[in-house]
Design a protein around this ligand. Sequence first.
Ligand SMILES: NC(=O)C1=CN([C@@H]2O[C@H](COP(=O)(O)OP(=O)(O)OC[C@H]3O[C@@H](n4cnc5c(N)ncnc54)[C@H](O)[C@@H]3O)[C@@H](O)[C@H]2O)C=CC1
Ligand SMILES: O=C(CO)COP(=O)(O)O
Length: 357
Amino acid sequence: MIGGGAWGTALASVAAKAGREVTLYARDADTVDGINSAHINTKYLPDIPLPPALKATDDIGAALDGADAVLLVVPSGAVRSMAARISGLVKDGTPVAICTKGIEPRTGYLMSQVVAEEMPHVPVGTISGPTFARETALGHPTAATVAFEFSHRDRLEPSHSPAARLALSMSTGFFKTYISDDLVGVEIGGAVKNVVAIGCGMMTGAGFAENTRAALITRGLDEMKALAEALGGRRETVTGLAGTGDLTLTCSSRTSRNMSLGVQLGQGIPRDACFDGAPVVVEGEANARSVVDLAQRVNVAMPICQTVHAILHEGRALNEAFADLWTQPISAEPRAMDLTLNNPAQKSLTRLDGGVA
Ligand SMILES: NC(=O)C1=CN([C@@H]2O[C@H](COP(=O)(O)OP(=O)(O)OC[C@H]3O[C@@H](n4cnc5c(N)ncnc54)[C@H](O)[C@@H]3O)[C@@H](O)[C@H]2O)C=CC1
Ligand SMILES: O=C(CO)COP(=O)(O)O
């Protein structure tokens, strides 16, 4: 397990509980000591006991020595450099699953494509779904999708595919795994939901309520499906755990760092004062740029993501941007019907407390 943050630790705990021999690499020596001596990751998952069998090290070579599978769980901005760093340490054919949710800025690559470029000698897939780290580490019932591309041989013998082997290896009585061969659908779901969750949080923080949130979730899902399809993924994958599931989770709870950032911004808290100034990984901020850029490149309209992007990165006023979103041209649902009408409505958003935005 490469990455000693909340999610890397939670996944390492799952794998250890599934009976795997797990070594977690963390760059922080205190984290390593805490896991080895007290079986706690005090920084990222305080108070959650970890399986004593789980070992940690700050020696990345030792962590990877003899590994039958590698899970890569660092923030998206560190994925390429980490993949390049470990490439020579991972033996040919070892499945590598990226558990990071994002799209690389500039290239527009999925995280699995970034890793595949740096590690051409191994099969690369992903594990994704509605999985808050804390709940997972506590052993709450959780489900996730393991996705790898299937070779011709994998289709003939699916149980030998990397996806199936990893799904089996990670399965416990509380961590239910599903298998997919649609990496694009799964990874687009994970990246886009972060952006939509920031949007849901913004509107919640600004004083709007449940109708608004349900509309953003549903139309956000439509954006996710359209982008996935344009990139060769399947719409039905997006209706699964890594799309609908994760979108629903992160748009419904302030446990989500993305939703929580949005709420704070919606309340008017300046960005550098959010989370009391602590450096928290909020993938949706970078994802907003890369998703909108990718959507433009493949000519897919993503009005919610564009609105979030404009507020985060172009200095647009939040209320005005959402009022514009709500008065965009009237279009068909689903998109398959090609129909757009000019919208004659005046901008008018009223908050739950009766205030006008
Ligand atoms: N926390 C959660 O509930 C879930 C998180 N994820 C995804 O997992 C990824 C990681 O998130 P978390 O573990 O939650 O973040 P985190 O903030 O808890 O931990 C990040 C970890 O990455 C390490 N790190 C950062 N830059 C690094 C670098 N350049 N080299 C080596 N290590 C580096 C940090 O030291 C830290 O251990 C994100 O893409 C997130 O979207 C996915 C599912 C659930
Ligand atoms: O991806 C996640 C849950 O599936 C975690 O969401 P946040 O990164 O918004 O906390």
